[in-house]
Design a protein around this ligand. Structure first.
Ligand code: IPM
Ligand code: MN
Length: 355
């Protein structure tokens, strides 16, 4: 009997539904070729629902989402909703509630894609960032006192437990081992200033590496220097592990070096639970409904989802099909500049996957 997976689909806001539609098209082509089944159930979450009902992610929906094999998310963000409400109420709420403690973000330049880094090509830009996804400044305590007065004080703490740090590091070490490229794990931190939090990260990193991962080479870079080397010598990197906000920031830089938000995908992973896959760009409201947005990031996120479900051959076929499309057809990845519509790009990849 063929395997069957239940996927919760959250198309979300703006161009989310358009890119997810193409992603589903490609996933279906992969399912047919590699003989597994995908059952989708759509969930209406996002700005439109919030404006209609005042709800972000109701408990009843969350309870249902826990029962899926994976979640496939388009984009969350609406121009008429104050910043923070949807991000905290939906995207971050799901990451935290489902304990998706890893945010896996490959930085890979596909053939044919225009890269802003002179002299760098697909050979040089191919690494993965493991971003801690449920701690640090995102869940640390804080507050504002004497708000509105000249003496107001705002505090937001970077908080990490040894447990959070270790489980993230263990995932990253194992990932570097599985990836088997250069077997190198780089910790990106700020040990020269954040002498508490990164003292913990660095000690845990070295202790774990020494004890459990002798086969993995360890490197350390300050986060600012990491940005510098991501531009100057991206070929140095294999797997980078870092805390939540640093990971958020450096992966936007990484995304630009791989051709931009049109192609950058990520997975919010709970290795023991329900993971969620998304293009890392936003909802691009100004392109909504125009059929010009690039669906490749969403398609790549779908490919990552297949890999996480254990359908490795299918995941590879999706990536290969995307690479063929960038190598031979879609060179400019910008919205409206692809030379193809959103639908046509989806069709091209789906055709490649079908074989
Ligand atoms: C990302 C986004 C989110 C984050 C925002 C929208 C909350 O920037 O997925 O990188 O900061 O994690
Ligand atoms: Mn971000």
């Amino acid at each position: 009997m063929s395997k069957q997976y239940r996927i919760a689909v959250i198309p979300g806001d703006g161009t989310g539904p358009e890119v997810i539609r193409e992603g589903v098209k490609v996933l279906n082509a992969a399912a047919q070729r590699f003989q597994f089944k995908l059952d989708y159930i759509n969930y209406d979450l996002g700005g439109a629902r919030y404006l209609r009902t005042g709800e972000t992610c109701p408990d009843s929906v969350l309870a249902e989402l826990r029962k899926f094999d994976a979640i496939y998310l388009g984009a969350i963000g609406h121009p008429d909703v104050k910043p923070g409400i949807l991000e905290k109420g939906i995207l971050l709420a799901l990451r935290f509630a489902l304990d998706q403690y890893i945010n896996l973000r490959p930085v890979k330049l596909f053939p044919g894609v225009d890269c802003p880094l002179k002299y760098k090509g697909p050979e040089e830009i191919d690494y993965v960032v493991v971003r801690e996804n449920t701690g640090g400044l995102y869940t640390g305590t804080g507050g504002i006192s004497m708000k509105g007065s000249a003496h107001e004080v705002a505090i937001q703490n970077m908080v990490y437990s040894r447990f959070q740090v270790e489980r993230c590091l263990r995932y990253a070490f194992n990932y570097a081992r599985r990836r088997n490229k250069r077997k190198t794990l780089a910790l990106s931190g700020k040990t020269n200033v954040l002498t508490y939090v990164f003292d913990l990260w660095e000690r845990a990193f070295n202790e774990m590496g020494e004890k459990e991962f002798k086969d993995i080479k360890r490197e350390y870079y300050h986060v600012d220097a990491t940005c510098m080397w991501m531009v100057k010598n991206p070929e140095w990197f294999d797997v980078i592990v870092t805390e939540n906000l640093f990971g958020d920031i450096i992966t936007d830089l990484g995304a630009m070096t791989q051709g931009g938000m049109g192609i950058a995908a990520g997975g919010n992973i709970n290795p023991e639970g329900v993971s969620m896959f998304e293009p890392i760009g936003g909802s691009a409201p100004k392109y909504t409904g125009m059929n010009v947005i690039n669906p490749l990031a969403a398609i790549c996120a779908g490919g990552m989802m297949l890999g996480e479900l254990g359908e490795n051959a299918a995941a590879q076929a999706v990536e290969q099909a995307v690479m063929n499309v960038t190598a031979h057809k879609v060179k400019n990845l910008g919205a409206g500049k692809m030379g193809y519509s959103t639908t046509q790009v989806g069709d091209l990849v789906a055709k490649g996957v079908a074989g």
